[in-house]
Design a protein around this ligand. Structure first.
Ligand code: FES
Length: 171
């Protein structure tokens, strides 16, 4: 009577680690590899999008953001800015006085997928509600998926106002 294939392998002294092709382990390995590839592609997509962006450069238009007298010594002011007086907002920005007394403006748009970040006053950090990205008080990305800092916008003082330079399309 003939032996079955497993008995033949045993009898020939062949490697006991030989597994049949298409085992469950191979299937799981292929699945994990495919899932890893999809995750890597999803993580790289925002960077690729930034690299491919072909927005023509236009000079910023300075608009009144905050009255100098209303600017707090510590903390930030979040303001919506419009290129047309009374029009719908074109940009949401944080205006902030730094410890050395200078004033900066940061776009509130997360560099990951464009959600609007919030300011955590206790930690002096900007936090994105969408995927938990965090930026330090100067807008530098410090944890989570954001691939770049918050955009720093030009600032100038004009009369009684702090003005921030914005562009179309919205920053
Ligand atoms: S949109 Fe993803 S972390 Fe902000």
């Amino acid at each position: 009577m003939g032996k079955n294939p497993a008995e033949l392998i045993q009898a020939s002294g062949a490697d006991n680690n030989v597994r049949p092709v298409g085992s469950r382990r191979d299937f799981l390995k292929a699945g994990i590899l495919a899932a890893s590839g999809i995750i890597a592609a999803a993580a790289a997509w925002p960077l690729a999008r930034l690299a491919m962006r072909k927005t023509p450069w236009t000079p910023p238009v300075f608009v009144d953001a905050v009255m100098l007298a209303d600017m707090p010594e510590v903390g930030v002011k979040m303001v919506d800015l419009s290129l047309t007086k009374g029009g719908r907002p074109d940009a949401r920005v944080f205006v902030k006085r730094t410890p050395d007394g200078s004033i900066i403006a940061l776009s509130a748009v997360c560099s990951h997928l464009g959600c609007i970040v919030n300011y955590d006053r206790l930690k002096d950090q900007f936090v994105c509600p969408c995927h938990g990205g965090r930026y330090d008080g100067n807008g530098k990305n410090i944890s989570g998926p954001p691939p770049a800092p918050l955009a720093r916008l030009p600032v100038r003082i004009a009369g009684a106002y702090i003005q921030v330079g914005i562009r179309r399309p919205p920053v």
